[in-house]
Unconditional design. Structure first.
Length: 340
């Protein structure tokens, strides 16, 4: 899939295949060879993925949750260089976040690769646009913990911080983040790893359809020509991941930061606009603040499909964790017989 849109300000020459940009710009760290991504494979690579994938951020098992995260926090206190005040639970899903006075502690499930978290923090060191840990990851018997300053203003109800920006402010901050970390040494984007891990226990026929769809999308991703170029993407852009830091708004939750087409970060807002979650005026303000509207790019269909198939993997995990039947799976399999 190609595009002729002019992009004089693109970080890399417009029209350069994503796989070529990745190969030319990314050098793996010696200490993180196990994290070497596979998502930007050449178009002639086999579609069917390997049975095993490197997953630095695994989904938690059903037996892991807030109680286990509290045990991890208690154990982390022994290795922490700052005292942690009484604990308030902030959020719990694939990770658990606590507020401990002036600090936030994020606990990842067992199996999380601390090297991946450390690599991201090192690559983005000194960031003015992102909130980073203030200490190396702490590995405990119950998970991996990271420590960041607590930032943001508490709302009138509930302990969670209030987002520091709307969609327009998020667009401006995202542009600053992309410019600041253009050459940061983060992993190359390796999407859809969780499709492999979450389909292992599905019926063979259903798993084969979803895995083949994954292979098709990765092939298309490798052939994409990005008008904005490849740089460091956040991976989950929304105002809920923007908080008010001491020096201004900052992005949080950078666990999936990676080298990818910059359009991927913009496509999140476009999908919300298409779904009616944000209105046309709000979406236009986001585009104006960033300086680009991804909806003018025909390659966006690939990024949207990648996000959608990733959502299938998440739903499989979420339903299994909650003990729900996968009654919707047949419909999903029918849809993914034709990925694009």
């Amino acid at each position: 899939m190609s595009l002729t849109t002019d992009a004089a300000s693109a970080p890399f020459p417009p029209g350069l295949p994503v796989a070529d940009v990745v190969a030319a710009t990314w050098t793996p760290m010696p200490t993180a060879t196990a994290l070497a991504p596979t998502g930007a494979a050449p178009s002639h690579a086999p579609r069917r993925p390997a049975l095993e994938v490197d997953e630095p951020l695994p989904m938690p098992l059903a037996s892991w949750g807030v109680p286990e995260a509290r045990l991890a926090l208690d154990e982390a206190r022994l290795a922490c260089h700052v005292p942690l005040a009484p604990v308030t639970l902030i959020s719990a899903l694939t990770t658990v976040v606590f507020r401990c006075g002036d600090h936030a502690v994020k606990v990842y499930p067992p199996g999380t690769d601390p090297g991946h978290l450390a690599r991201l923090a090192t690559a983005l060191t000194g960031s003015a646009s992102a909130l980073l840990p203030i200490a190396p990851p702490i590995v405990t018997s119950w998970g991996v913990a990271t420590l960041t300053p607590w930032v943001g203003v508490a709302p009138r109800r509930g302990p969670a911080p209030t987002p520091a920006a709307g969609w327009a402010g998020t667009g401006a901050l995202l542009r600053a983040f992309h410019a600041e970390h253009l050459d940061a040494d983060v992993p190359v984007w390796d999407p859809l790893r969780r499709v492999v891990t979450q389909t292992r226990d599905l019926p063979d026929a259903a798993a084969a359809v979803l895995l083949d769809a994954r292979g098709t999308l990765l092939d298309e991703l490798a052939r994409l020509r990005s008008p904005l170029g490849v740089g460091v993407v956040h991976g989950d852009v929304s105002p809920s991941n923007v908080l008010a830091g001491p020096g201004g708004p900052v992005l949080i939750d950078l666990d999936f930061a990676a080298r990818a087409p910059l359009e991927y970060d913009l496509s999140s807002a476009a999908r919300r606009a298409d779904a009616g979650e944000i209105d046309a005026v709000t979406y236009l303000a986001f585009c104006r603040a960033y300086g680009h509207d991804v909806r003018t790019w025909d390659g966006r269909v690939v990024l949207d499909a990648i996000a959608a198939l990733g959502g299938v993997a998440f739903r499989i995990w979420d339903d299994r964790r909650a003990g729900r039947e996968l009654t919707w799976l047949d419909g999903a399999v029918a849809r993914w017989r034709t990925p694009l």
